[in-house]
Design a protein around this ligand. Sequence first.
Ligand code: F6P
Length: 313
Amino acid sequence: MPAIDPALIPNALRPIIDALCATSIDLSRVIARGPLAGKLGAGVGENSDGDQQKALDVMADEMFEAALRGTGVRYYASEEQEDVVTLDDDGGYALATDPLDGSSNIDVNVTIGTIFSIFEAADNGEASFLRKSSDQIAAGYIAYGPQTLLAMTFGDGTQLYVLDPERCEFVLVEARMTLPEAAKEFSINASNRRHWTPPILAYVEECERGRDGAKGKDMNFRWVGSLVAETHRILTRGGTFLYPADARPNYENGRLRMVYEVGPMAFLVEQAGGKATDGMDPILSLTAEALHERRPFVFGSAEEVERIAALHG
Ligand code: F6P
């Protein structure tokens, strides 16, 4: 079983975190075997929002749902399921997850991940998740890459663990991650440029002009296509991430989901000293209105996120 310092985790959440760790260790073994474990990236259907589901998306969802039974999770919400599932009528918590984030990268051996967010359970399933993002009591991600990493927060800093595959344990490597205040890198899917709003275009052009423009320094561009990988890079060495609203049909609120992508990442980033907004307003001040709703998402180094808000006027 994973060895995580009990002093860093609220006791009541310990069974949930243990189940998440044990499941992610199993999942990391499947991911590491890639094609030897089957056709993990094969399309098997569509999720509630019309995104294609891959075999590994569904497998990960089934594994986490099964593992979380009996851990204190009353309500389980997943990107892969339309409705909230009641796991345990006596549980005190509600857990939302993107069980396998970045699934377009499954077949190309690029980092993918799991994202989770925990609230106290409310009177019914949906109501437990449709609340102010600052009501989260825990959030985290597991990144399946060259290393399997776990970053999580309980509202007192962002902790980072690395899986030691020989001991089969997550080992604490940083009790408080610090996201650098200034950035040298920015991330946005540049193929959508013609659809962006003027403030987003202005920010990207500022980055591109580098030391010849208002920034006075050169900026590097990165886009992995896995939110978990991008978040981990930015938490580690700073930078900005943007998935804004754009003019494509169905992208009026961007692409990323508030409850199990944007909210938890915002909590982790802010707990590491970074900022997370929808372009203007802090994500943690916003309330989800639907389980699978999307939100424009901007996060990273404080100076840059503030600059983007200023460009929005
Ligand atoms: O929802 C998921 C996701 O795959 C994120 O992990 C990633 O940041 C984004 O979508 C990639 O979007 P695009 O396909 O526009 O590059």
